[in-house]
Design a protein around this ligand. Structure first.
Ligand code: PLP
Length: 455
């Protein structure tokens, strides 16, 4: 290995020797070597071999403003020169973290106007778990500790995130996970709703939550946690009846609703938050990713008055926080990110123009022999690949099919992720119509190549 002339082989070898990748089969990765991503602009990435790739996933669902936004870089630089770090513990604050809290409170649904900062979606979820359980304790109902969540949901990788998440393989490792978490079935109509209309199915899945509350006892249940659209589970878009019924049930049994907006937040579904798209009125919301367009790590929990007022009045000190909660540089970037989303009308454009265009163009893939269903909203979509369209038959080895398709995408210049045999997309919100056309053409090509490989 030539250690002086740095290049792909050099970085791949260093990577093999020292870098342990998240959610990665290291042996499989080492056999071929990691693709080294070196540059970016707009919706495009380049690798160390000079290949251009259209990023249909906005990184990990986070680069909402696209790559190369100078304003975000300037916001970080200026803040780092002025005050690179100070914390919000011990009765101090910083200007960007205070202003960001107010900016978030302005765009969240009414009442969610207190903001607690963390650094990742997982930390926000852990924070929310501790908040809801502490809330019930100070309300004199310490037995209300159970959290109900959905199978196949994803809420992060900390022990808390893993525990309230519904990813079986993840929950199986590193246990025991947290007690007092119950999972119910997900609202995935195309996959699991045969024999019912989407509306009936949405109600049936919501009522599983009611059944679970009754089984555990309402006096034991603290909260329901849910992503408005399950992202990492394969972009599971619930039927329109689902969330209103979940809300009715939560209210009936006095159970809190915690919306995990880590993916849906900041414009992905055509509104600031997925909660607004689905008419949810959560008591708390977690957010991360699009909050800073991924330029620096930052996350938050927005807390409604009921929980916030009670905790502040009755809990005294909330013994929780992170060294980098509300980090000034990350907060300055997030603040600028929100200003740009507003100033450029980006979220309205997702709702009224580019989102519908993206969905319309993607729907043209429905005719492909491998495609069972294309489902989406705003700039997020899931495409179910099937062995047979009619009668509907899913693949016996969905992971293998998805991986073949994902690899063809990647080798032909498109990032499209595979969750089993469901291909998922969430491009930067600034994608143009021409880039959408290119994305759909590349996806179509990958589907053709996948069909060819499957014979
Ligand atoms: N919640 C949701 C809905 C997510 O999609 C993710 C990450 O993908 C998380 C939580 C965890 O976020 P992080 O990876 O920043 O810890």
């Amino acid at each position: 290995m030539n250690l002086v002339n740095k290049g792909t082989a050099y970085w791949q070898e260093l990577d093999r020797q020292h870098h342990w990748h998240p959610f990665t089969d290291t042996q499989a990765l080492n056999a071929k070597g990691a693709r080294v991503i070196t540059r970016s602009k707009g919706v495009y990435l380049w690798d160390s071999e000079g290949n251009r790739i259209l990023d249909g996933m906005a990184g990990l669902w986070c680069v909402n403003l696209g790559y190369g936004r100078r304003e975000l870089v300037d916001a970080a630089t200026q803040q780092m020169l002025e005050l690179p770090y100070y914390n919000n513990f011990f009765q101090t604050t910083t200007v960007p973290s205070t202003e960001l809290a107010a900016a978030i409170a302005q765009v969240t649904p009414a009442g969610l106007d207190r903001v607690f900062f963390a650094n990742s979606g997982s930390e926000a979820i852990d924070t929310a778990i501790r908040m809801v359980r502490t809330f019930w304790a100070v309300e004199g109902k310490p037995s209300k500790t159970w959290i109900i969540s959905r199978k196949n949901s994803y809420h992060g990788s900390t022990i808390g995130g893993t525990s309230v998440g519904g990813q079986g393989a993840q929950r199986a490792q590193g246990g025991p996970i947290l007690p007092d978490v119950a999972l119910v079935d997900q609202p995935f109509w195309y996959g699991e709703g045969d024999g019912m209309t989407p509306e009936e199915f949405g109600l049936e899945r919501a009522r599983q939550i009611e059944d679970k509350i009754l089984e555990l006892g309402a006096d034991k249940v603290a909260a329901v946690f849910g992503e408005p659209i399950q992202g990492a589970g394969g972009v599971i878009i619930p039927p329109s009846t689902y969330w209103p019924e979940v809300m009715r049930i939560c209210r009936k049994y006095d159970v809190l609703l915690m919306a995990d907006e880590v993916i849906c937040g900041f414009g992905r579904t055509g509104n600031w938050f997925g909660s607004q798209t689905f008419g949810m009125e959560p008591d708390l919301m977690t957010m991360a990713k699009g909050l800073s367009s991924g330029y620096l790590p930052i996350s938050a929990v927005a807390v409604g008055r009921r929980v916030g007022d009670s905790l502040i009045a009755k809990a005294g000190e909330f013994c929780h926080g992170f060294t980098y909660s509300g980090h000034p540089a990350a907060a300055a970037v997030a603040l600028r990110n929100i200003e740009i989303l507003k100033a450029e009308g980006i979220i309205d454009r997702v709702r009224e123009d580019i989102g519908p265009y993206f969905q319309e163009r993607l729907a043209t893939l429905s005719g492909h022999p491998l495609v069972g269903k294309v489902e989406g909203m705003g700039l997020i979509a899931g495409i179910s690949l099937v062995d047979s369209k009619s009668p509907k038959k899913f693949f016996e080895a969905p992971g293998k099919v998805g991986q073949i398709c994902r690899d063809h995408c990647f080798n032909n210049g498109l990032v499209m992720r595979a969750v089993g045999a469901r291909m998922v997309l969430a491009p930067p919100l600034v994608i143009t119509r021409g880039e959408v056309d290119e994305l759909v053409a590349l996806a179509g090509k990958a589907l053709d190549l996948t069909a060819r490989d499957l014979g």
